[in-house]
Design a protein around this ligand. Structure first.
Ligand SMILES: C[S@@+](CC[C@H](N)C(=O)[O-])C[C@H]1O[C@@H](n2cnc3c(N)ncnc32)[C@H](O)[C@@H]1O
Length: 365
């Protein structure tokens, strides 16, 4: 069993993204996920997971219970150790310094040497308490009766509507937080509507970006998704209707992407992609918001319907982010809608993230 410490405030989305690196992801408590299998290499590339590793055990959110658990837990590690405790979102009201001290004492009593600066192994104690967040979609279910929520895919552990948990686990992987420092405004080419790097990273993961995969962004704009995709090791292909965007995104990639990153950017129409059938493993589509970016089509419906129809020939999977639901258009184009996750950006802007699969391919899963 593995644990995941989620970053940010949107646990259902973090859990959804984590399915790119782990299987059977569940939300155990606010900010804490569990999984049955975990790829440490892929987990290191997750945007919404801060750290992950193997579970020692979990108990209620008190230092005394955590101590009792650690005193009897099987430990198959050797070498120096450190304990790092966190009270996630300050929800459990636990003094984390006392927790680190007391749990460190248990490990010392069990014969381990503590090294706070450069330990061979770090034990994480995650304390969390409170209601588990549901997908934002469930609050708006009446508005969108067709909505398939990502929460439907993610288990919430059976016992707990309001869990009170201390999870103890060894740290196997910590997030490379470098993407958070690449603000779109610091790039040579910036436009309003450039995507936040953490969201771009999460969408890339959901689309299947990894070494050996080819991912297409058919409306690439300034290239934020292309950049994160190459950082995940994928070959990225960007298309945009405006030459200003293809030139600008090329400029961004040339100055920021790694020298050995594999990418290509072409000017073209997302409704008639200049790509062979099955040329890619996935697509990631950031649909223009009518009031913000240019639409090179009759209207937004024409653009999205055309792009979804063209996409299904090119790859078996697509992740579509938009300011509204495009479930009907996705189904009309032949896609199976695996889930839609709604993220609230601010009062008047929600983002709907659709995970689409080609029906034949979804049967295999
Ligand atoms: C929301 S923006 C993409 C923003 C991008 N993710 C970023 O981080 O900069 C949508 C893009 O779709 C492009 N676009 C509009 N109509 C298009 C079409 N028919 N084919 C391809 N691209 C199109 C626009 O030029 C715009 O760059």
């Amino acid at each position: 069993m593995y644990w995941l410490e989620f970053a940010g405030e949107d646990d259902p989305f973090a859990a959804l993204e984590a399915t790119a690196a782990a299987s059977d992801v569940s939300i155990l408590a606010p900010g804490i996920g569990t999984a049955r299998a975990l790829s440490p290499e892929r987990a290191a590339g997750l945007a919404m997971t801060r750290a992950a590793g193997s579970v020692v055990g979990h108990t209620d959110a008190s230092i005394a219970s955590a101590r009792a658990l650690l005193e009897t837990a099987a430990i198959d590690h050797e070498g120096t150790v450190a304990v790092r405790a966190r009270d996630l979102r300050s929800s459990a009201g636990v003094d984390t310094q006392s927790a680190e001290r007391e749990l460190g004492t248990v490990l010392t009593d069990r014969g381990f040497e503590v090294d706070l600066d450069d330990p061979d192994h770090t034990l994480r104690a995650l304390f969390a308490s409170g209601p588990i967040a549901r997908d934002h979609a469930s609050e708006n279910a009446a508005e969108d009766p067709l909505g398939i929520e990502s929460a439907d895919l993610i288990d919430v552990e059976a016992n707990a509507d309001e869990p009170d948990v201390c999870l103890l686990g060894w740290v196997d992987v910590e997030r490379d937080a470098a993407f958070g420092k690449r603000a779109p405004t610091d790039r040579p080419f910036f436009q309003p509507g450039s995507m936040d790097p953490a969201l771009a990273r999460a969408l890339g993961n959901l689309a299947g970006a990894r070494p050996g995969a080819t991912i297409v962004d058919p409306m690439c704009g300034t290239g934020g998704l292309l950049l994160e995709g190459t950082l995940l090791g994928a070959r990225m292909v960007g298309v945009d209707a405006q030459s200003k965007m293809t030139q600008g995104s090329r400029e961004n990639m040339e100055s920021i992407a790694a020298a050995d990153a594999d990418w290509e950017i072409v000017r073209g129409d997302a409704r008639r992609l200049p790509l062979a059938d099955d040329a890619a493993d996935g697509l990631v589509v950031d649909v223009p918001y009518e009031r913000q970016s240019a639409v090179a089509a009759d209207d937004l419906d024409d653009l999205v319907e055309g792009a979804l129809s063209a996409a299904i020939d090119v790859a078996p999977r697509a992740v579509v982010v938009a300011d509204r639901s495009w479930i009907d258009a996705a189904r009309s184009a032949g896609w199976f809608v695996k889930c839609v996750h709604r993220r609230r950006v601010h009062r008047s802007l929600n983002r709907s993230i659709h995970v689409l699969e080609r029906p034949d391919d979804s049967l295999d899963r």
